[in-house]
Ligand binder design. Sequence first.
Ligand SMILES: C[S@@+](CC[C@H](N)C(=O)[O-])C[C@H]1O[C@@H](n2cnc3c(N)ncnc32)[C@H](O)[C@@H]1O
Length: 201
Amino acid sequence: MTAENSRTPMDWEKRFADDSTPWERPGLHPAFEHWRDTGAFDDAGSVIVPGCGRSPELKAFAALGKSAIGADLSPTALAWQKSSLEQDGLSAELIEADILLWRPDEPLDAAYEQTFLCAIPPRLRTEYEAAVFDWLKPSRKLFALFMQKAELGGPPYGCSMDAMRELFPIERWDWPEAEPVAYPHPSLNGKPELAVILTRR
Ligand SMILES: C[S@@+](CC[C@H](N)C(=O)[O-])C[C@H]1O[C@@H](n2cnc3c(N)ncnc32)[C@H](O)[C@@H]1O
C-alpha cells in the first residue's frame, strides 16, 4: 500500500525500502522483556502487534507459543518479518492492511502497542481505540507504550497521559493504579515511552 491510497501522509513503505527507520530498537523492548519475564503475557493465547514494522517482538510472541498476528501497511516490513520468522522455524499471521479497518473473526487475548499509536495521524486515534476495543475479548489486555513528546507535529506524535486517559475512557478500559514506568527510547532523542497495561471492559 502506498501513501497515495492509505490514510496516512507518511510513506512508510519508502521508509523501510530506504532503511530510514530511527524508531527501531536494537533488540526487544525492555518493557516487553519485563512483561514477559513477570508472566504478564502468560494467559494470552493470541496477540496482535499492530504496525509491527520490523520489530522483533512479533517473533518473540511466536517463540512464546502465542498465536501471533503482525499487521502493517508496508510489504517490505512484512517480508522482513516473514523471513525472520522462517529463519527460526516460527510462524505468525501477517496482515498487509490499514489495520484500523480490520476486525478478527474471533476476538483476541492481547494487543501489543509499540510506536504505532504515536505514528498515526492524531485524527485517527479514536479509530484506533475502537479497533483495539473490538479486537479484544472482554477482560483482555492492551500492552501499551505511550510516546511522550512535548513538541507539536510528528510522527511521532506525543501521547500525553491526559490525552490517553481521554482516548481510553474508564467506561471502556480499566487503568492500573500504579504510575507507569518510563522507558527512554535509545534513539528519538531519548523520548520516554510510558508502559501501561489497559484492560478492556
Ligand atoms: C514508527 S513505525 C513502528 C514500527 C514498529 N512498531 C517498531 O516498533 O519498530 C510505525 C509502523 O506503523 C505502520 N503503520 C502506520 N499506519 C498503519 C496503519 N493504518 N495500518 C497498519 N500499519 C500502519 C507503518 O508501516 C510502520 O511500520
